[in-house]
Design a protein around this ligand. Structure first.
Ligand code: SAH
Ligand code: SF4
Ligand code: F3S
Length: 442
């Protein structure tokens, strides 16, 4: 690389956990090519935004951020600004045409080209690389992880489900899985590097398939569980259609596979699920929940819910509320439907007035709050095993950790008695809110 140029790169990440892991992959590619990853945008020669397109709001935030970055470019004419991720894939040349400060646009399957595109941008050439691949998994790249005790590991990329509301199959392309052997090797390396927990990532981890060995997701989980028995293993996200008995049994039979399932339901109405092209019925979903509760009574369950999908009636909405009560979700990510161009639902009229969408979303949020609060209140006086993560963000005197079931637990720092980050402690819960448990180490 030309010595005269500022090789410091600052990356800002938006969107899902896969994007977080992708930023670590991009960092690794850049570091190998002589760039330095820094965490202060003011010192950077290159600013990259790794973006999300899943809802209109996610994209709006990026446009606002680009507006803000104009002042950076004014004070440093050589600054290179790049857009990575799903928005790069969706908007392509439009981004360069409409956002004058953008120098490069790189989609999720073209990150190997980031170094060369940056070099070209230094010489004034704007660059775009947005081809999707059927094969790229970045399997040979060790993500550059910076901190923490918990690591993200992408085991597959893309999505073939084509839910009618969702942009992901268009921005991430076809589903493809990494070989089992290389995932297991990465976990062993992570364990040697003092990571205590991994989350296996994919848009649909339970449709994982290693084409070479024919191993499915359950077999991958078993191999991981045996390879790093001292590590906690989580995964996200799973699709109800592919939530097999075999997978649930595998979770139940392996102590180090965390007893938490994130199983997005989206709606409690069969009609809406059909229009969403979710490929399962309410009955199927509840059957999966029952199986989880039967084999793992201690397992927590979280979900994603969309309010105001085209054609959703008051009755449909009520069915969603009913389902939330039936399942008793520990937590939910709750969204207002946002129409996305090119999706099937884009062609349906966005028929639910904004006011109604907001009011339905509020019903859902309120109900979830009540349910989570009650579930957490029932944990008072119970003793839970907690993996110590580090200082709490809110108070200097407290530390934070997580239970196997993915509940956040706060406890006084002065009770740690030498226990450090990454150790497992027992905490007796004395107080709780809908989101957090508070307790004393015993
Ligand atoms: N692959 C994951 C979901 C990824 S997107 C899965 O299927 O579980 C995360 C969540 O965003 C989805 O579960 C859905 O609830 C929400 N979402 C996706 N597209 C949306 C849209 N157009 N409007 C509102 N919410 C959306
Ligand atoms: Fe989107 Fe559906 Fe794929 Fe999830 S499964 S990423 S919601 S298309
Ligand atoms: Fe967003 Fe792309 Fe992830 S659209 S949710 S960053 S896969």
């Amino acid at each position: 690389m030309n010595d005269a140029i500022n090789n410091k790169v600052y990356i800002e990440t938006y969107g899902c956990q896969m994007n977080l892991n992708d930023s670590e992959i991009v960092s690794s590619i850049l570091a190998k090519n002589g760039f330095l990853i820094i965490d202060n945008p003011k010192e950077a020669g290159v600013i990259l935004l790794n973006t999300c397109s899943v809802r209109e709001n996610a994209e709006k935030r990026i446009h606002e951020r680009l507006n803000h970055l104009k002042s950076f470019k004014k004070s440093n004419k050589n600054l290179v600004v790049g857009i990575l991720g799903c928005m790069a894939e969706r908007l392509r040349t439009k981004l360069i045409e409409e956002e004058k400060i953008v120098d490069l646009v790189v989609g999720p399957d073209e990150y190997r080209k980031v170094p060369i595109l940056i070099e070209n941008a230094y010489s004034g050439e704007k660059g775009i690389a947005v081809k999707l691949s059927k094969f790229e998994t970045y399997d040979d790249i060790a993500p550059l992880r910076t901190e923490g005790i918990s690591a993200w590991v992408s085991i597959m990329r893309g999505c073939d489900k084509f839910c009618s509301f969702c942009v992901v199959p268009f921005t991430r392309g076809r589903e493809r899985s990494r070989p089992l052997e290389s995932i297991v090797k990465e976990l062993i390396d992570l364990s040697k590097q003092n990571f205590f927990e991994v989350t296996l990532l994919g848009q649909n981890v339970n449709s994982y398939l290693d084409e070479e060995s024919g191993s499915d997701f359950s077999e991958l989980l078993i191999a991981c569980s045996r390879a790093v028995p001292e590590m906690r293993i989580r995964y996200s996200t799973s699709h109800p259609f592919d939530m097999s008995d075999k997978l649930i049994r595998t979770m139940a039979e392996h102590d180090n596979i965390c007893k938490h399932v994130h199983l997005p339901v989206q709606s409690g109405s069969g009609n809406v699920l059909l229009a969403m092209n979710r490929k399962y019925t309410v009955e199927h979903y509840l059957d999966r929940i029952n199986k989880i509760k039967e084999l793992m009574p201690e397992c927590t369950i979280s979900t994603d819910i969309i309010a105001g999908f085209p054609g959703e009636t008051d009755e449909d909405h009520q069915l969603t509320l009913d389902l939330m009560k039936t399942v008793n979700f520990d937590g939910s990510y709750m969204y207002k439907y946002s129409p996305r161009e090119n999706t099937k639902a884009w062609d349906m009229a966005d028929s639910i007035p904004e006011k109604v969408k907001i009011s339905r979303l509020n019903d859902i949020i309120e109900l979830q709050h009540v349910i989570s609060k009650e579930i957490n209140a029932n944990l008072i006086d119970k003793t839970l095993q907690v993996l110590v993560e580090g200082p709490s963000k809110k108070s200097e005197d407290d530390w934070v950790g997580r239970t196997d079931s993915n509940k956040l637990v706060i406890f006084p720092k002065n009770q740690l008695n030498g226990f450090g980050v990454g150790t497992k402690i027992n905490v007796k819960i004395k107080r709780s809110t809908s989101a957090t448990l508070f307790g004393d180490i015993i």
